[in-house]
Design a protein around this ligand. Structure first.
Ligand SMILES: [Zn+2]
Length: 244
């Protein structure tokens, strides 16, 4: 093997020194909060922008229906407005309790079922809670039930935990219902439940559901259910909220 000449060794040492100096400068700048974004034109800087990695939210709140899709209707009462009103109250309480969350919608917009799943799965939240109201051809039917995916390992248990907090909100506790083909329950990667709070088709239930104080009461119970589920399955989510 040919021995490297003295000249090429000198070049190699010089290059290594430059690399060490550059590395030291970069480390120094990074330690002092200097971002590469500040020295690059905007168009290039955006390529380098590194957002801090956010931890997945503890719970995702899915207000059923929205926009052009009203859900169940009884006269001027539309399910999409009630699910949103309750969801917004839930959001308020979660914020107060420092439980991390994500809202599928917080206004009257349409979000497809596929997008709801995509958002939940991409964010890898721990628990998916979908808020709906029931409706039936027999207007005497009323009450609250929690639906779950029977093929999910934890589905029935988390449904039971939630139902024990929300079951008595309206006159009749309708307990649990397995719904293997319900889209949002079937395709979410995390434990998920869908709450049917009262019947829009029932006079007494729909009157309650349109009352702000009742919506708040529902939200309170839903959050208690969420806390119970997190305490059992994801206790760290509550620990971090206590630290703040
Ligand atoms: Zn619905």
């Amino acid at each position: 093997m040919k021995r490297p000449s003295e000249r090429s060794l000198k070049i190699l040492i010089a290059l290594l020194s430059v690399a060490v100096i550059l590395l030291s400068i970069i480390t120094f700048l990074a330690k002092n909060g200097f971002s590469i974004k500040n020295i690059l034109p905007n168009s290039i800087a955006s390529e380098f922008s590194m957002k801090p990695i956010e931890p997945p939210p503890a719970v995702i709140i899915d207000a059923g229906h929205g926009g052009w899709e009203p859900g169940a209707i009884n006269g001027s009462i539309q399910e999409k407005d009630i699910t949103l009103a309750i969801a917004l109250q839930v959001e308020k309480i979660l914020k107060e309790k420092n439980i991390s969350y994500l809202m599928i919608r917080n206004d009257d917009t349409f979000v497809s079922l596929e997008d709801r799943i995509k958002i939940a799965n991409e964010k890898a939240c721990k628990l998916f809670v979908s808020i709906h109201n029931n409706s039936f051809s027999d207007p005497s039917q009323r009450g609250v039930l929690t639906t779950y995916n029977p093929y999910s390992e934890t589905g029935e248990d988390i449904a039971r935990i939630m139902q024990s907090q929300i079951g008595d909100l309206c006159e009749r506790n309708r307990d649990l219902m397995p719904r293997p083909n319900l889209y949002v329950l079937r395709y979410t990667n995390m434990p998920s439940i869908l709450l049917e709070i009262g019947f829009i088709s029932n006079k007494e239930d729909s009157k309650l559901l349109t009352t702000a104080s009742f919506q708040k009461k529902c939200a309170n119970q839903i959050v208690l259910g969420i806390e119970d589920i997190l305490a059992k399955y994801f206790p760290d989510e509550l620990k971090s909220s206590e630290e703040h």
